[in-house]
Every structure is written in C-alpha cells, then in structure tokens.
Write a protein that binds this ligand. Sequence first.
Ligand code: MIC
Ligand code: SF4
Length: 642
Amino acid sequence: MMGYTLVEKIIKNHLDEGNMTRGSEISIKIDQTLTQDATGTMAYLQFEAMGIERTKAELSVAYVDHNTLGSGFENADDHRYIQTVAKKHGIVFSRPGNGICHQLHLERFGIPGKTLIGSDSHTPTAGGICELGIGAGGLDVAAAMGGGAYYINMPKIIGINLTGKLPDYVGAKDIILKVLSILGVKGGVGAVFEYKGDGILELGVPQRSTITNMGAELGATSSLFPSDEITRQFMKAQNREKDWVELLPDDDAVYDEEYTINLSQLVPLAACPHSPDNVKPVSELRDVKIDQVCIGSCTNSSMLDMLTVASMLKGKKIHPDVSLSISPGSRQVYEMLADCGALSDLIAAGARILECACGPCIGMGFSPKSSGISLRTFNRNFLGRSGTADAQVYLVSPQTAAASAITGYITDPTTLGDAPEVRMPDHFKINDNMFELPASPEEAKVITVERGPNIKEIPVGHSPEKSLTCPVLLKLGDNITTDHIMPAGSKILPYRSNVPKLSEFCFGVCDKTFPERARKAGKGIIVAGNNYGQGSSREHAALVPLYLGIQAVVTKSFARIHKANLVNFGIVPLTFKNELDYDLVSQDETISIDGLYDAVKEKDEVILKTSSGKEIPLVIDLTERQRNIVLCGGLLNYVRKG
Ligand code: MIC
Ligand code: SF4
C-alpha cells in the first residue's frame, strides 16, 4: 500500500462518490462555504431559488469585501440583501470593513483537514493552514450549502520541494512567482500543489498562504501546506488552538510530478504585463520608472507583510512621482498596526491608507494614470483589470514594492543592505464584533430579505438546440481571462446582480461591439484558444454570454472553474479535436453543428461545419452528470427536476 499525500488524505475523508483515480470524476462532502459580495448576491439568489431553509454546511460565511466603494446605491443595496439573506438562512455575515474574505477566513475560521468551497478563485488561500480550499461558481456554492457534494476531477498531485532559506528581502511572493515562471498560467490545471521539504519550516502561515493564494494563477484546483507546529502556533496566536490538528503527508506518498526550488538561490521577481507568468528578475527591470505602488490584496496583506513594509518605510519618504496605497487585509491587521505604531510610520512616509478590502486589486479605485506603470503586491495583472486600459501592471513582493515606492523606479530590495528584523506577534488581537451571527431557525421565520432595485432576475438556461446554425460572434486567442469576458472595476462591478445592465460591458476589453452584435444576431458561438476562462470564478462570465445568446464555446482548452460555470448555465463547452482546426474557423461566418443535442446526450464527438463546408471534429469532454445538466439547460433546472 502506498502512502497518501495531503490532498489524498483530505479527499479520502470526504469522498462521497467515485474513487481516487487521477482524472476521474469524484464528489466530495463540503464542510465550509464562503462567498464574497461580488459573487455572493448571485449565489444567494440561487440558494433561495433552490428553496432550502438553512445552510447545511458546518459553517457558511458571507463576506463583503469587493464592492465597497459605494458610488451609488447599488453596492449598499447588495450588502443589505446579503446581510438579511445570511441572517435568515444560517450564514455568518462579515460586515464591510471587516476585511478580505481569504485573510479573514484564515484568521478566524479555517480548520486543517476540512473542505471549503468559495465563490472566489482564491479560496485555496486556506491551504496555508492545510484546509482544502477550492474556488467555484456561486451556483456550486449554493448547491453545497444545500447539502450537495461538490464535483471535481480527482487532481494529479504536484510536489514542490522547498530547500534552503530565503535571503533577506526575498519573500514568499518570489517563491510563487518562481513556480509560475516554471509552470505557467495553465501548468496547474487539473492539479493540486503540495509544498514540502525543509524550506517550509522557514515559512509562517502568512507566507504559506501567499503561495497557496497564487496557486490560483497556475490554474490549480488547490494548493496545500501541511498542518504542523507552525500551523499550531498560528492558530494558537488566533486563540483557536482547539481547532488545530496535525496533518502531514506520509513519507512514502507518491506525487505525479515534483520540482525543487532552492530558496537560498532565489532573487526578487516580478510578473510583467499582462500575465502572472511573465516573470523576470527585478534586477533586470531597474530602469523602469513607476507611477504607482499598491500594497495589499488577499495575496499580501497580512500583519507580517504590513510590518515588513512599515519597517522599510519608517523614517523615509515616498518618491514624489509615486502614489502609494496600502490596504491591510483585515481589521485585525489594521487595529494591530495602529496599536504598535507601524500605521503612523506608513502614514508619515506618505502612504495613502485605504480600508481593508480588495480595493485596487479589482479596479475599485486607484486606477493608474493613462499608460501608467503600477507595481502591485496583488495576484493578477490582466489587461485592463486596474481600470486603466493602457496601464502596465507588475506583480511584486511587498519588499520590492516598498523599496520601489521610495526610489521611484523598480528596485531590487536586496540592494538595500541589511533587512530590518520583523517578527510576527505571539498573539493577535481578537475582536469578532464585525461578524454577525445568523438568527435561530425560529427567529429566521420572521426575517424579511431586503432586495434593492439593482437586483434583477437571473437568466435561466435552456437545452441545447437539436441542431445549431448560428454565427461565430467572436474569435479569440489563448489565455482569455474572465476579466476579458466580463470585466470588473468600479464602473461595472456594482451591476453584478443586474445581468441586463452587465451585458453592456461583456467582452469590452476585446471588442466593444460584441454585446450589440450578439443582441442583433440573437444567438451565436464563441471560438477561442487554450486556457479559455482562466482567472476569476465569476459565473457572470457564463451567465452574461448566456443572456446574450451564446449557445456553445469552442476552444483548444478550458480553465477548470469556467468550464464548470458554462455547464452550470447550460452553455455547451466543446474543444477542437485537432488544435490546428482553430485556424479554419473565422469570426462572423455562419457555422452549423448538426445533431448537437443528441451528441451532448451520448457522443464524444460532434462535427462543426464551416460556411465553406469544411468539417471540423469537436470533442465533448463531459461526464454523464455534466451532460445531464447541460441537457436540462443548467444546474438550477437540473436540481429543480430532481
Ligand atoms: C478576482 O480576483 O478576480 C475576484 C474578483 O476576486 C474574483 C471573483 C469575482 O469576480 O467576483 C475571483 O477571483 O474569483
Ligand atoms: Fe479580492 Fe483581489 Fe483577492 Fe480577488 S484577488 S479576492 S479581488 S483581493
């Protein structure tokens, strides 16, 4: 008998259907769920539509952290909806101002060995304390709250051995950027990453969580560190030692692939525009003059990150041409920074302190100047995500960000001499008064859920047509992100509960004429290259195309969460059997797929006919369950049908 890896141990304990053969479909029981507000309204509308009284998960938390700008009534309306729906249905509500979902979940709720799904792609952050966190569409989270198991393909397991010790000024962000430089943005699709080796003993939970967080950028299903003495100390410092359990991989555990990174040889790295895997050593970028630095996001906003930055900025002045924003990850971090005086060091240096929320990471304020250069400690630098179409965003560690904020150029922090020593506190300040507990089942009966006028009906999917004839409405290249499909930012994000309004912005980054053309055509398909739909878990990237009449998406390959979202809303995901056939289809031509419905029902292939009569074989890579969902026109119809 072979030993087990961490993910095998957790899955084995939660297995509902299937077996742990790599790549085969399994379903797992879900212990905890989380939502954030930008995906949460949809998730709870769908939960309500399922008619379930109370969440069946051990713990469900509704965080508000994305849409906190409040430039109109829309966000506040959505927050009140989430607050009341949470109170009524047994869900803990985290008020706006409490912090970023993933940081808060680590601090207050995550438990080693448990399973968590969240309507946010960075839910794997919880892997920093060995909780199996998986990002999913809101509808899947709603189904898990209803007691349903969650379906994934049994991942392959990639072991990352860390050896050596990080040099001064080199951080956890540099480790994950290194992994991204090796494997790329689709190198983790279908995989879980497990970190091991002596090097992990050098990393505290905040650093481990920076790494598991950005595993999302590899396309991974999740990432895990073991739950060891370091995890115990972190949970003890959060007054949660009782929730700690040890969880280590077996010595003879088998990994499908292994890589080794020697931390002692690592240098500060940056992901250059416009992809997290476009990685270069910071030292090669030293002539790049910058306009802006943003420190924060669920990747790098822990107390440790903030103390590191404060120690580097203490007694210094931000370069006059640089605007520096700092968003602490949670109110705990914020309060403790205030208590220890580090907050005044940041303010004195000239930092612009923002509330603890996602903020600039999702384009909610702080968009750079036109063609501005922004250095961010975040996890995504996709084109346009910052809110400025021609901005150039580099992703770096807090150390590189702080060093560069002072000099005005991208600066290798290791050139600064000895690093100031920064220690994590032995105890965190615990104050849970921004969490609101749900009502008892009795009290819940009289709670009215408040629904503002921004909350509109969710479009419902339909079965695939028997045979489909329609235009190719858009042809796209590789690595199209959900930020391309359904952009966010301060002008668009407030409409997350209003699909008709949202549809005006669909594919705005690629082609502003798309919504109008789609409306006129009434129906159509999209054609794209590899890794289509990478990035965010937002199901709006499926729902809005559905609303605009998209029937099928034909690609070279899909990102995991987006493919699941297409299935959940009844859009047929198809892939080219021969990748080269991609070149044979053109935008605007009329294609036909004869026998589409029957093919989804029981065939592995179907033929797409181009207008010039070429026949292109397409693969239908769906499990039986997924086929049935698509045939019903999506998961809601499927669940309703029973
Ligand atoms: C993101 O980082 O892209 C987001 C915004 O957190 C998304 C969720 C969303 O689109 O609401 C994610 O990562 O899933
Ligand atoms: Fe928020 Fe950014 Fe993290 Fe997404 S990646 S959850 S927007 S901080």
